[in-house]
Ligand binder design. Structure first.
Ligand SMILES: Cc1cc2nc3c(=O)[nH]c(=O)nc-3n(C[C@H](O)[C@H](O)[C@H](O)COP(=O)(O)OP(=O)(O)OC[C@H]3O[C@@H](n4cnc5c(N)ncnc54)[C@H](O)[C@@H]3O)c2cc1C
Length: 384
């Protein structure tokens, strides 16, 4: 088994690491404080080809692979977890859904600018009554002549509130099969379509510079060919790309955990108590040793899942392992990082306080820890 990265993967990781050090880390605390969205940083990420890493050049991408994309996600998230989330939603979920299921025309219109980083994407699965049970969607789409008429509300939608967000990909219930049976379809709804409005912007505990909005559809009419993929396959399609989203949340978690580790390791070697740096007390250095080991393990898990994806191997189980382990790991690592800082760690002036608040969300988005355990349990049975 060869664990070495290719030259290209190493190059992408190095580029993203340097970009994060120079452009993101110096700004992250201020962005979190003001809740401002860094359009200039996104523009630079676009210039570097970051949003399109795994897509072919003919669709605006860089022609790389999913391992590279996830190495990039880890680096970017080390600087700012909200930028990692933006990238995950845009590239791993929305752009990928367009790439895998879109028609040639849909790819040209929406995937190309997204892969180039000129436009940002959003996906709308969650509703007030359909959270973990996303198949319970109440949003409806009715075919009227050559148009779909969409009605319903989606909640907690990342990215759609941004000026450069172009579309939201939504699931909706339809009675459109010949037998009149209800199915779930997926639709591309461009921002600015009459009947599509943004509801409230949520006031969150953390991730301040990530835009999270409610989305409301009231007799929102879109052309018939804005259906994405096969009729009746919408939910399955969404779940398929969420496998990749889960690998991405694994990588984002590892990035944030590294930020925690780096801060704690540095502080422990500088902070002197009882006449020596606290690092030299076993109670502290054992925590740091565990942090490093768990980060390494979580990285191996997301890289294995990404490698399986690149090699067209089934990876639902590995994606859930990576998401579950990494997102639970980062919460422990963030808590230990605050602990190692003592009282300083509780002060907003120290980044670990921000990391700690940010870590929790990773166990909730793209399927909670409990849902990952359900997916794992089901797949173990299926594979037995
Ligand atoms: C900041 C933020 C950004 C988000 N971005 C997006 C986005 O871009 N697009 C989108 O579609 N959604 C998004 N979400 C929604 C997110 O995916 C959901 O919050 C998540 O899937 C959980 O759904 P819920 O909040 O309704 O919780 P619920 O489903 O109500 O769950 C409540 C609790 O019950 C548990 N539970 C539920 N069912 C089971 C079960 N069968 N077995 C065991 N435990 C169970 C859950 O794990 C959880 O602990 C975002 C959420 C947040 C907070």
């Amino acid at each position: 088994m060869d664990f070495r990265l290719t030259e290209e993967q190493e190059m992408i990781r190095k580029m993203c690491r340097e970009f994060t050090d120079d452009m993101i880390i110096p700004r992250a605390a201020e962005l979190d404080r003001t809740g401002e969205y860094p359009y200039d940083i996104i523009a630079k990420m676009a210039e570097l080809g970051i949003m399109g890493i795994p897509f072919p050049e003919e669709y605006g991408g860089s022609g790389g692979d999913w391992v590279s994309m996830h190495l990039c996600l880890e680096e970017i998230s080390r600087g700012d977890v909200t930028l990692g989330a933006l990238l995950d939603v845009t590239t791993s979920v929305v752009a990928q859904e367009l790439y895998v299921f879109g028609t040639e025309e849909q790819k040209k219109r929406w995937l190309v600018p997204m892969a180039k980083g000129l436009e940002i994407g959003a996906f709308g699965l969650t509703e007030p009554e359909a959270g973990s049970d996303a198949g319970a969607t109440r949003t409806t789409a009715v075919l009227a002549g050559d148009e779909w008429v969409i009605n319903g509300t989606k909640q907690f939608i990342t990215n759609i509130g941004l000026d450069n967000a172009s579309i939201v990909i939504v699931t909706a219930r339809c009675k459109c099969k010949e037998d009149g049976k209800e199915v779930i379809n997926t639709f591309i709804v461009p921002k600015g379509t009459p009947g599509f409005t943004l509801g409230k912007k949520y006031d969150k505990m953390s991730w301040m510079s990530s835009a999270t909005n409610e989305v409301i559809f009231e007799n929102c009419r879109i052309p018939r060919d804005y259906l994405l993929g096969e009729e009746g396959e919408g939910f399955a399609q969404h779940l398929a790309v969420l496998d990749t989203g889960r690998i991405s949340i694994g990588a984002v978690s590892v990035g944030l955990a590294r930020a925690c580790f780096e801060a704690a390791f540095s502080h422990a070697r500088q902070r002197v108590q009882f006449g020596k740096p606290v690092y030299f007390f076993q109670g502290v250095s054992f925590k740091i040793a565990d942090m490093a080991m768990h980060i390494e393990l979580a990285r191996n898990m997301y890289l294995k899942a990404a490698w399986m994806k690149d090699n067209n191997l089934p990876h639902t189980l590995e994606a859930s392992y990576a998401k579950l382990f990494a997102s639970e790991m980062v919460e422990r690592v963030a808590s230990d990082a605050v602990q190692i800082h003592g009282g300083y760690g509780y002060m907003n002036e120290y980044p670990v306080s921000r990391y700690y608040k940010g870590a929790k969300l990773l166990q909730i988005v793209e399927g909670t820890s409990e849902i990952q355990r359900l997916v794992i349990g089901r797949n173990l049975l299926k594979n037995s």
